[in-house]
Design a protein around this ligand. Sequence first.
Ligand SMILES: [Fe+2]
Length: 388
Amino acid sequence: MSQIRRIPIGKLQLGMYVSDLTPGIEDGQLRARGFIRRHETIDKLISKGLSEIYIDIYKGIDSPYALPVDQNTAFLKPRVKLSEERLQAAKVYDEARGLVSNLLRDIKLGKPINIGPVESLAEDINNSVLNNPNALLCLSAIREKDQYLLEHSINVGILMGIFSRYLGYEDNLVHQLVTGALLHDIGKIRVPFNVLHKPGKLDETEWTEMKRHVPYGQEVLLKSQGISEITLAICGLHHERLNGTGYPLALKAEDINNYGRLAAIVDVYDAITADRVYHKGRAPAEAMEFLLEIADGHLDRNLVNQFIRCMGVYPVSTLVELDNGRAAVVISSNHAKPHSPTVRAIYNLRQKHYEKPKDLDLSSPLIENKIVATLNPEDYDILVKDFL
Ligand SMILES: [Fe+2]
């Protein structure tokens, strides 16, 4: 059994197992394959000019800086229909609301985290994602006013589950990443209400207080039992930025591991697609553009590109125009045919009125309609969430 990951050469350590699948060392000239037992071996690999090495994490130690070599897109082909998973996903989302809201209340009261229920929730999310990732994605786009922290915590968990599985991480690690993502912002419950909910720009003192949500969160996690290093990393690193402009430590790229990099991407994506008191949520396509804009410097560009591929050309909840003059909401991405998702037609753009919603699988040979544009829901006063 093997599980191959790629790792920047600078992060190679004693105890790792170098795979002979590493491009550039398959010629057999270098006897570096296998366990790294001596620093000289690392030096030798560096002198060969390789920028990254493949390691086998079943034979040697793993690293939070390692990424899977092979993507796992198989789960994006749903096991069950959206309509079948929808009910189960709604149950999971409801349970998540109850659980996370109790969790936040307990933390506010100074209690430690009871990790058991959070782990069960992570498992339920993962199972639903495996059945049909679109079901929870639809639910995550339906937001209630004044529930930002609660919904954001759940949504970041869902997005992390989908993205980390897409990247090829194995079950156990996906599970831990989702657990960490669900808890990434718990420190916010200790930020004063007037700062957390201020309907405008924060002044300097307020911003300092807001940034404290990271150490507050770490503090709660550290006094709780059974919290993994991965959860701590996600909480501690999700606002660090590769160019050193993040917080709380203004770390540089080499000190921000992949767990922190993944968390930063899903956190920003969910935050900017949400309606807040001070800004309107961006449509998914616009949010992707924004991620790309800030990728250089702030986020890991390679991972941002993969996230965009993972979410699809038309992410769930995108409003599109069909060639028959109807506006439709994307309810399922199609990874085999990215330009032909399943959509719910809702609105007649020529006659400007709603019509009885009709689901269309644009990849079906029986459906002749095509997407001709992405629309801004605001231009038509359409509340996409009402149709998910
Ligand atoms: Fe945060």
